[in-house]
Design a protein around this ligand. Sequence first.
Ligand SMILES: [Zn+2]
Length: 461
Amino acid sequence: MILKLYNSTTSQKEDFKSISPNIVSMYCCGPTVYDAPHLGNFRTFVFYDLVKRVLIQNGFEVNQVINITDIDDKIIDKVNSGAIGYKELTAKFNDMFLQHSLSLNIQEANQYPKTSDHVEAMIGFIKALIDKEYAYNVDGNIFFDTEKYSKYGKFVNIENIDRLESEDDGLGKKNQKDFALWKTWKEEDGDITWESEWGKGRPAWHTECAVLATQSLGKTIDIHCGGVDLKFPHHENESAQVEALLDSVFSNYWLHSEHLILEEEKMSKSLGNILNIGDLLNQYSAETIRLFLLSSHYRSKIYFSDEKLSDSSKMIDKINRFVKSVGLDTLDHNGDTNPSGDYLRFVESLNDDLNTPEALGIFFDFINKKNKKIHEDSLSEEDIEESKKFILGFNSIFQIIHPSVLIDEEVPEEVQKLAFIREGMRDKKNWEEADRLREEIEKMGWLIEDSESSQKLVRKK
Ligand SMILES: [Zn+2]
């Protein structure tokens, strides 16, 4: 089966081909560790996880790097505000990022390189760019010279550059398009500084990622991912440095996920409309949040609302009831040797540029079909086997079935007794009393699912 991915460099879906036959190198721009992450950040991180899981489903081994940006203006500003030291601040939010990633069932990356551990390599990289005359020094600030690099404009039309975001103004760069590779020390930087042959200072963000990516994965990588707001200038500038210096293609595929929108505004900290992921995890299960994020296509905007999260929660209840109905007792997915037609269509949707809403639709149609059989008492052994396989394949991507769902909870004696009485009422067609007993049982935390010949007790979530 062919995996198709939308490549931002060509603005179209392309067949995915890796450089090495079975291994995919994947670089993902990680968090800037200065503040608590919000749901918008984690939309991007769950998207990285989706890409990785679909690659694994396609038989690839994935070598994934997520960097930790721990040298940045926002970090310096926060340290200068006085409440917390540099090391303490960056360690705190680095840990928080890893902890929330774990909570949201995001697979661990192979490496999480921190900017501050690789400043020497960044200095060497900048020096090489100066030697090749792709960079110049103005009073200790080093800039990339976009005039010298004819391929600048991978993601944008540079004729319209005047209307695009401009950075590092006022530092003496020659051209509006040029960007900083190294920023010279200022008093407010305090101790957050490194020695270089151009004096004290620190690497700039675009250089940090360019060096961490090539250092950990080589000069050409398979897939580079990020949120759509990183396309320009961050990815443009990362790519320009690497391709100018190494004369190679930096990444064969560039994948970008869209924004999460709250009240018509893009969710980013600068706009102040923050939905702290830690707070959300206190209100909703990780599975609910994950399903909410994956229920939209990664290239579509997601609009946040409590209503949508509660819809996701109901969808999870339905999936869990189905998992119990077919008696699933493990979540270990060992690949699928004999997939059904429905499951193949599910995989095809994911291979069509990670179409999660379509894949979810196929999964729910499948559940509805099998639930109908359950109610008609006609679910066969093959149906059960097919369902188990589909659930495991589904969960290997979506990761929204909590292991506790598998453990068959003992039904309390009192509930069993009422259910027994209710069954008698059903036999006598005393619907009124049967309904009253159903309500009573529900108040005790159990749901009754009726089929034509029997009833089944399911724990209410
Ligand atoms: Zn980056």
